[in-house]
Design a protein around this ligand. Structure first.
Ligand code: SF4
Length: 191
């Protein structure tokens, strides 16, 4: 599986202290994408899902991971790997938020019923659709643009997420090595 980075704890991409996984690879190339450096997988290491799960389990043994967010890149451009990852992560937490540039309708046309079932069973919240720069509004909390949908696949989490959404967008600055990176949903470029 192509992964660019994993950070913990992050509070700006979902409720509680989350582990956030940025996958690499996206063919959608939305104008104004926040992470164009993650589009290309050339030269990147293809890591076994088992090794990623083990690394996360080791971290969880030391510090409780309260939720997990998958973003990218488009995690769902690696369907079999991401489904295995989602299944393995259930032992850590069932609060898993997945971003994808596909709409749910596109997924329903592209994926088999069994793949969709695995996705629905192992994802708490799905945020779907391409990023449309002109629709990047402050009201789109947890979303890059207003066209994207927040789909609650596990109703259990709806109330907590709705409370989180009511607080507006959040940005968290974290160090990755010597590099300071800003995590969250940002304003449109140049605004
Ligand atoms: S789908 Fe997401 S990662 Fe892919 S180009 Fe669009 S905004 Fe960027």
């Amino acid at each position: 599986m192509y992964i660019d980075r994993i950070l913990f704890p992050i509070v700006s991409l979902g409720i509680h202290k989350r582990l956030v996984i940025w996958t690499a690879g996206c063919t959608k190339h939305c104008k104004g994408c926040a992470n164009p450096e993650l589009w290309d997988i050339a030269g990147r290491k293809d890591r076994p899902v088992k090794a990623i799960l083990q690394m996360i389990a080791n971290l969880h043994a030391q510090q409780t991971i309260e939720g997990i967010t998958l973003t990218g890149g488009d995690p769902l451009e690696q369907p079999e790997e991401v489904l295995q990852l989602l299944e393995g992560l259930q032992e850590i937490t069932e609060d898993i938020l997945v971003y994808t540039g596909y709409t749910m309708q596109e997924l329903e046309n592209l994926w088999s019923p069994s793949m969709l079932e695995r996705l629905r069973k192992n994802t708490a919240v799905l945020i779907d659709g391409r990023y449309i720069e002109e629709l990047n509004e402050e009201t789109a909390v947890l979303r890059g643009s207003c066209n994207q949908n927040i789909i609650f696949l596990k109703e259990l989490y709806r109330a907590e997420y709705e409370q989180y959404l009511s607080k507006g967008r959040m940005i968290q600055n974290v160090y990755m090595g010597n590099q300071l990176i800003s995590v969250g949903i940002h304003h449109r470029k140049g605004v």
